[in-house]
Design a binder for this molecule. Structure first.
Ligand SMILES: [Zn+2]
Ligand SMILES: [Zn+2]
Length: 479
């Protein structure tokens, strides 16, 4: 961000040339300007001037507004893709209002304006390399997460700021750890040892307090802080020397393993329990793939392979439209298999949102489809008080015929299913007449809607009054 003495200043980039001019209002290249009026005093007009059509009664000196150096109206600029060995032509010259494109500072304040191997004076927005350099100056730690300037909101800015100060603190602690402490000569406890002692405990403490701070933040901020910290501490190493303490925190490699596991568990939880957008989750996953993971951490990295809530397969399974958990796409097969920790968190969230009841009422139906009628019957009694007449008649026909409609079932399905094609359920045997009637009477007793429905009674009486072998299904298909 630009800090500037004037109250309000606007820097205008040439919009027609700027490929991302639609974001111009969001980024830091626009500030407001308040220019002192420099008005030429009115003076009395001659009689001849008053007779002319056009009379100039007021004039004002043109102001040069703040601009990027490549847009300077006073000094010509020469563009090249990326030259940093020295200024090209007169690119090093600048007026009072020229700004450095990379640092967003007045050119006169840019510390790298003409510095060899930097040369910000040559920077401009049409060069991909200079643009990336500008973005990295603006995005800081967020660049590694593949965010662009338009993604950055106040939450990401907060995470970036906190990560920045954490990194400085961590650097101090880590270099102290690498330097080590000389084991004092009068070390009476271990007289046989001498040399440098490297104790990772203070570094571990620094990381832990930052992770604690992260966990108190909102989901997005917490995830960026935790993973950003992981990137920093995972590159640490244990120098050769003495480790006095047996505590795992004292040894860098052991401590990193513990800290990484903590980060993975907390980010996994954020991915399931916080309302993170799916593209944000994908950014976190790609970032985690590039982390420097010690071998001892094993497959912890995989713990972040969590499907976003809007994943097509996950949604269809949760709605009961897909009971196999497999989705075929041309030659590819997508199988829903998640770690038990993720499944438990999902059910925790669904229950807290009361979205589970609708699913539970269909469990018996899915058991029927699997051909397990005895298990389905015990499950049915839980859902029976909430049955609709259509659902009751659907169960009755399934139990009676051991066939099922060939349709996707979900809580939104209208269960009368007119015109649906029915087919045999593999491995299922029709319920015996006695059991079927018992089931029907049990539902009639506990579900008022079914009890009050004439068609439900009529179906039951049809079963009772006809010899075994006769089915309502066959009666329905008769003209
Ligand atoms: Zn200028
Ligand atoms: Zn600069």
């Amino acid at each position: 961000m630009i800090s500037f003495n004037m109250d309000e200043v606007i820097i205008i980039l040439s919009e027609d040339e700027d490929p991302c001019c639609d974001t111009a209002l969001n980024d830091s290249s626009v500030l407001f300007v308040e220019v002192k009026e420099n008005v030429v005093q009115d003076r009395p007009l001659s009689a001849q001037a008053l007779e002319e059509d056009l009379v100039v009664t007021f004039s004002k000196r043109a102001e040069v507004l703040p601009h990027a150096r490549y847009d300077c109206p006073l000094y010509p600029f020469t563009r090249a893709e990326y030259v940093k060995s020295g200024p090209i032509d007169s690119n090093h010259q600048f007026c009072e209002q020229c700004f450095c494109y990379v640092c967003d500072k007045l050119a006169s304040l840019c510390p790298l304006w003409c510095v060899n191997k930097e040369c910000h004076c040559n920077s401009h927005q049409r060069s991909g390399t200079w643009s990336r350099l500008r973005n990295s100056a603006d995005l800081g730690h967020l660049l590694a997460f593949d965010f662009s300037l338009s993604d950055v909101d106040s939450k990401l800015q907060l995470a970036e700021r906190l990560l920045g100060s954490f990194r400085k603190e961590l650097q101090v602690e880590f270099s102290c750890f690498v330097r080590g402490k000389m084991l004092s000569d009068n070390n009476s406890l271990r007289p046989h040892m001498n040399g440098l002692v490297h104790d990772y405990t203070p570094v571990y403490g620094c990381v832990t307090s930052f992770l604690n701070k992260a966990e108190r933040q909102e989901g997005k901020v917490a995830a960026i802080m935790s993973l950003g910290a992981a990137k920093d501490f995972s590159s640490h190493y244990q120098p050769s020397g003495i480790v006095l303490s047996k505590c795992p925190k004292a040894n860098a490699m052991e401590a990193i393993r513990i800290l990484l596991q903590r980060v993975m568990v907390s980010v996994q939880r954020l991915m399931v329990m916080s309302d993170l957008p799916s593209d944000f989750i994908h950014k976190l996953q790609r970032f985690a793939l590039c982390l420097n993971m010690p071998v001892t951490v094993g497959n912890t990295r995989n713990s972040l392979c969590v499907r976003p809530w809007d994943d097509v397969l996950l949604v269809s399974v949760l709605k009961g439209q897909n009971v196999t958990g497999i989705r075929k796409q041309r030659s590819k097969k997508d199988i829903l298999a998640e770690p038990i920790s993720v499944v438990l968190m999902r059910s925790e969230l669904l229950q807290s949102q009361c979205r589970f009841k609708a699913m539970r009422d269909l469990v018996a139906l899915f058991m029927c489809m699997e051909g397990d009628f005895s298990l389905a019957l015990s499950e049915v009694s839980i859902a029976a008080p909430r049955f609709s007449p259509a659902l009751f008649r659907l169960y009755l026909r399934i139990f009676e015929t051991a066939t099922a409609p060939r349709v996707h079932i979900s809580p939104q399905t209208p269960f009368d299913l007119p015109g649906a094609e029915w087919g045999p359920i593999q491995g299922a045997v029709p319920l015996r007449r006695g059991e079927l009637v018992k089931f029907a009477l049990r539902v009639q007793r506990c579900c008022a809607a079914v009890n009050a429905d004439a068609q439900c009674w009529s179906d039951l009486l049809t079963i009772v009054n006809n010899p075994p072998g006769f089915t309502i299904g066959s009666a329905r298909t008769r003209p």
